[in-house]
Design a protein around this ligand. Structure first.
Ligand code: ADP
Ligand code: ZN
Length: 651
């Protein structure tokens, strides 16, 4: 099949959308305003006919105006004779208009008829009211109302562009970058992010040559989620994908869907997908998808944010609705996968997650490379030094440094931007950054490096610990450093294995204590894990010496009584304490026997920010348990087992 990009056009059934609702409301308002409250209709007749009616005795009251116009009523019993067929629609008291030759003629005629007994009603003479002001007073409030309404609509829909107005609330606000008119961004503009680039490369390939995949019966993911802190180049990467594939690019933010009006979000989602399908193949980029994609409420009775849930549901429906080979690929960005609704991450939706992290030393060099291109620099600028001076900076921060440096140089009237301008710019940006992101000082980095090196050393030296793949001290989200391990796949775990793992987890704190003489908050996460594990081993798995072979597991969650006595509780606490600290002492002992290697590893970490299994092997020598360590070498750098060192969140 080669026409997989073209979907057969669906039959165009007019669908209910918000615009119709607005039109109906407007019509109803208009009708309400213009219908007479009595519901009567009126009629204009020639004067001669009026004379006929008076002579026949049909007419009740007459009002004559100074401009010769006449209004009169007919006696109820004669309405039928005057209005003929329409008589049942005229209401109780219809008014009939006519034009008299003059007011005198009218009054003479009526006087004459009165004497003859044909006219028994009241004849009065008035000055004509000014109909124009009358109408004005009726219509003005309506006009004002509509004007205010339109104004509010404009404001709420962001006022973007000339076409936005009442009827575009339900339209998507996606910005479209077409093939030709946008500044083209390619992978050359994205520095670092090698793994992420490799992942999206496949998407580019598909957009370029869909047949290659579909011929083999393969399906291309409908969407990929770019996960990472702000400013790390997620939008840039998505744009580069579009640029490389040479397809249109829709860009919008998740918060664009969220609106005060019920139904607007869902309708915007629908509109976005409609537009995207027309432009297929194309890329839709949704930034900050957590604004709509947050997990739906567990408790339906709370009501919660129904509008957001409707929007999310619509998004899910649309993603299911288009075929996986329709050529629309959705890239979304978020900083927080954990709060996203699980339904979004299901297979066939955003089933791929691409991690986009803060750049490490080498990546920062590359980012500087990209952003220094348009700047006129002199020879004094040292990219290496700049990259070293900017730990914890995101790509956006680095772009900002380059720009700021150029501004500083311009302020001093220089022809070229020099080294000092860059250093000043870095200082300036650190000053601004300190509050908002994790810029670490050298002392902090030393502590983190010692800590992470402690984990790394122990996991290399202990037979049963999960061997390490990669350690980094680049801050990630709330974590200060991270280590990746290759977990062994096993169905049952022995006590030795658990103790070795515990020992390696305590290695961070032990290293801080041993080599720095100070302990820090950085180990909180480790300690929490270890404590829970020890408790589980003792109370549930019967692995302690004083309480062997007992399981106090209680799966009745509503029972508040512990299935053991207070004395046992005390014993459990003691056992947990002694088990954890036994392993802590063991960690300290092993580390003190390998001080040289550990410190070498820590120094390497401070210098390079990331180290891999190869580096650890170079320092410690081959692991005696060779088969496993070779497996690690073969293992690619990507893995999802992340064990972050989290800072305590109380601040
Ligand atoms: P995010 O979407 O992750 O918040 P952006 O993609 O909007 O971040 O990045 C903002 C700017 O930062 C980009 O326009 C670019 O100038 C710069 N930038 C970020 N990451 C990189 C990178 N890896 N390479 C080059 N420039 C980058
Ligand atoms: Zn740790």
């Amino acid at each position: 099949m080669d026409n997989n990009q073209k979907k057969p056009n669906k039959v165009n059934v007019p669908r209910f959308n918000l615009n119709w609702l607005f039109i109906v409301i407007a019509l109803m308002l208009a009708v309400l305003y213009f219908t007479d409250s009595e519901g009567s209709i009126s009629k204009t007749i020639p004067y001669s006919e009026f004379e006929k009616y008076v002579r026949s005795g049909y007419v009740s009251d007459v009002v004559g105006y100074d401009n010769n116009s006449v209004e009169f009523n007919v006696k109820p019993e004669h309405i039928k004779d005057v209005f003929k067929n329409d008589s049942n629609r005229v209401g109780k008291n219809p008014i009939i208009y006519t034009e008299a030759p003059s007011r005198d003629a009218l009054s003479d005629f009526l006087k004459g008829q009165e004497e003859e007994g044909n006219f028994t009603g009241v004849a009065s003479y008035e000055t004509k009211k000014d109909y124009f002001t009358l109408v004005l007073w009726q219509v003005l409030p309506l006009v004002a109302l509509v004007a205010i309404w339109i104004f509010l609509m404009r404001r709420m829909s962001g006022g973007g562009g000339g076409t936005s107005g009442v009827f575009s609330v339900g339209k998507s606000k996606a910005q479209l970058f077409e093939k030709d008119n946008a500044v083209k961004i390619t992978f050359k503009d994205v520095a670092g992010l090698a793994e992420a680039k490799q992942e999206v490369e496949e998407i580019v390939e598909f957009l370029r040559e869909p047949q290659k995949y579909t011929d083999l019966g393969g399906k291309i993911p409908k969407g990929a989620l770019l996960v990472g802190p702000p400013g790390t180049g997620k939008t840039l990467l998505a744009k580069a994908v579009a640029g490389e594939a040479n397809v249109p690019f829709f860009s919008l933010s998740g918060s664009d869907f969220v609106e005060m009006f019920v139904g607007v979000g869902a309708s915007r989602v629908r509109d976005l997908f409609k537009q995207a399908k027309e432009k297929a193949p194309c890329i839709v980029f949704i930034d900050e998808i957590d604004a709509v994609g947050r997990a739906r409420g567990k408790n339906p009775s709370m009501g919660g944010n129904d509008e957001r849930e409707n929007t999310l549901n619509q998004l899910l429906t649309e993603m299911d609705g288009f075929g996986s080979n329709s050529g629309v690929i959705i890239l979304a960005a978020t900083n927080r996968v954990d709060i996203l609704d699980k339904a979004l991450l299901r297979a066939g939706r955003f089933d791929r997650q691409i991690h986009v992290d803060l750049p490490d030393l080498n990546e920062r060099k590359e980012v500087f490379g990209v952003h220094l291109r348009p700047i006129k620099i002199d020879d004094s600028v040292d990219v290496d030094l700049l990259a070293r001076q900017t730990p914890g900076f995101s790509g956006a921060d680095i772009a900002n440094v380059c720009n700021e440096a150029a501004l500083i140089a311009a302020r001093h009237g220089k022809k070229f931007v020099g080294r000092q301008d860059f250093l000043d710019a870095v200082d300036r940006i650190i000053g601004g950054l300190e509050k908002k992101s994790k810029v670490t000082t050298l002392a902090e980095r030393t502590t983190i490096a010692l800590h992470e090196a402690g984990h790394a050393s122990l996991s290399w030296l202990l037979e049963h610990a999960n061997p390490l793949i990669k350690v980094t001290i680049v801050p990630r989200g709330r974590a200060l450093g991270a280590a990746w391990y290759l977990p062994e796949e096993r169905q049952i775990t022995t006590k030795e294995q658990m103790l070795d793992e515990m020992c390696a987890t305590l290695g961070g704190r032990a290293a801080e204590d041993l080599f720095l003489g100070k302990i820090s908050t950085g180990a909180m996460n480790d300690l929490e894990r270890v404590t829970k594990q020890a408790y589980g081993m003792i109370a549930y798995l019967g692995m302690s010496d004083k309480l062997p072979n007992l399981c106090y597991y209680n799966n009745d969650e509503y029972s508040f009584n512990k299935p053991y006595s207070d004395k046992t509780a005390e014993l459990i606490d003691q056992e947990v304490l002694s088990m954890v600290n036994e392993q802590y002492d063991r960690a300290r002992k092993i580390l003190s026997e390998h001080t040289k290697e550990h410190n070498e590893l820590a120094e390497l970490l401070i210098e390079k920010e990331v180290i891999f299994a190869e580096d650890v092997e170079r320092i410690f020598g081959k692991r005696p348990w060779a088969s496993r360590s070779e497996e690690i070498m073969a293992y690619e750098k990507k893995t999802n087992e992340i064990e972050p060192e989290t800072l305590p969140s109380f601040k």
